[in-house]
Design a protein around this ligand. Structure first.
Ligand SMILES: CC(C)(COP(=O)(O)OP(=O)(O)OC[C@H]1O[C@@H](n2cnc3c(N)ncnc32)[C@H](O)[C@@H]1OP(=O)(O)O)[C@@H](O)C(=O)NCCC(=O)NCCS
Length: 389
């Protein structure tokens, strides 16, 4: 059994394993899938026995937002082992190699949606956030008072402008967890799905119809109350056709507070896992609350990625964080006994999981209650992602 980059002559075998794992890919979708795979050629990891493909996985080059900052994030997807080869360590070997590759390719973070958590958790990915959707009675939106705001109908040709707007919104709103797809993938979906899309000076709305009477709002984000009202009122004009609208909705989306009656009914949501791959770069690249000042000792135990392991001095000031190496003796002499994290524990902390949860689940130990309170204040977040991958 050997882990190595995918031989692209085997792309049909990849489709076969994927189809047997997740359901048939429609014939009409295969050319588009192959074109994206071709573009992402060096982002696959495969396991072979001789020439025979046993398992395959890939990552997408995403940008992820963390409290007003953005970082490169490797989003792992399509992890699949041929059914007859499962249960003999192929998946674990493949994901171990994938993590090494992501680190070598320079990513500070990785995330994935787990179908089963065992393999990922043991390699340092940890439950971090959700992909929340909600159902809203369309009538509740129709009655929103909407001021006059100029909207422009846009499509795939306007993608750079759309991308820049969504980026601007996530940064300004200090969202934690949402991602941006790379342009070639986003363009593919815009062309394939042909969603209805509108740009305002400070916002972007995208929706599509699921069949004749179901509406799905992919994205409705704005900086101002006016544009927020206009977007949702526009959706509300469809109340004669769609009784409810489903929407990708962050936990603090303003629509929850904007309608007269409580409008959004939250649906069960998939969870995603985060892996801090390069702890120094991940902390340096994340945003932190501007008024939090922190200077504390942490220690990370990361058997897969040795560069993260050891004692660190974690500082947060003026909305920025840093990790500097520090040995245990130096730490205890200066800033106290370190709070100790597993790799998965530090990943969960990064995503805003409270210290009380991390301590009680064995992902963190030691350190003072004051240090834990400081970490909670610095990393506080309710992480979510609007996209599945
Ligand atoms: C999930 C999958 C990739 C694992 O591959 P595999 O080669 O069977 O996994 P391994 O033999 O390396 O086992 C790794 C660990 O995962 C666990 N595991 C494997 N399949 C599992 C399943 N279906 N449910 C729960 N745990 C599972 C194993 O018990 C093992 O844990 P352990 O080491 O603590 O005992 C494979 O079963 C598969 O392709 N499943 C269908 C598609 C899928 O679910 N993909 C994951 C998308 S995120």
């Amino acid at each position: 059994m050997e882990t190595r980059p995918l031989d692209f002559a085997d792309l049909d075998d990849v489709i076969d394993i994927r189809s047997r794992s997740f359901g048939q890919i429609a014939d009409t979708a295969i050319p588009g899938w192959k074109a994206i795979a071709e573009h992402d050629r060096d982002q696959f990891m495969a396991v072979y026995e001789g020439r025979r493909l046993l398992g395959v996985s890939r990552y997408h080059r995403f940008t992820q937002f963390w409290l007003g900052r953005e970082l490169p994030m490797a989003g792992v997807a399509g992890v699949a082992v041929a059914p007859e080869e499962r249960g003999r360590g192929v998946g674990r070997q493949m994901m171990t190699a994938m993590l090494e590759k992501i680190a070598k390719d320079g990513y500070p973070l990785s995330a994935l949606y787990p179908a089963t958590t065992a393999v990922y958790r043991s390699l340092g990915w940890e439950l971090a956030g959700t992909q929340p959707t909600a159902r809203i009675p369309t009538e509740a939106l129709r009655s929103l008072e909407a001021p006059a705001v100029k909207l422009r109908r846009v499509g795939a040709d306007d993608l750079p402008e759309i991308q820049e707007m969504v980026r601007r919104l996530h940064l300004a709103n200090r969202d934690c967890g949402p991602i941006l797809f790379p342009e070639h993938v986003w363009r593919h979906w815009m062309t394939e799905d042909e969603p209805f899309a509108y740009l305002a000076d400070d916002g972007y709305l995208e929706y599509r119809w699921d069949g004749r009477d179901a509406m799905f709002v992919e994205y409705a984000g704005a900086l101002s109350e006016q544009t927020t009202r206009v977007f949702w009122a526009l959706v509300g004009t469809s109340s004669s056709v769609a009784k409810t609208v489903r929407a990708n909705l962050g936990p603090y989306d303003p629509i929850r507070w904007l309608t007269r009656d409580v409008a959004a009914e939250v649906e069960p949501s998939p969870q995603w896992m985060l892996r801090v791959v390069d702890a120094v770069a991940a902390v340096a690249g994340r945003g932190f609350p501007t008024r939090v000042v922190l200077d504390t000792a942490v220690a990370i135990d990361d058997p897969q990625l040795a560069a993260n392991s050891g004692g660190w001095r974690l500082q947060v000031v003026d909305g920025a964080g840093s990790l500097a190496p520090a040995d245990d003796a130096g730490l205890s002499a200066g800033i106290g006994e370190p709070v100790r994290f597993t790799a998965a524990g530090f990943s969960a902390l990064y995503a805003g999981v409270p210290m009380s949860s991390l301590r009680r689940s064995g992902l963190a130990a030691g350190g003072s209650d004051e240090a834990a309170a400081g970490l909670d204040a610095a990393f506080a977040a309710q992480a979510y992602c609007l996209d599945y991958f």
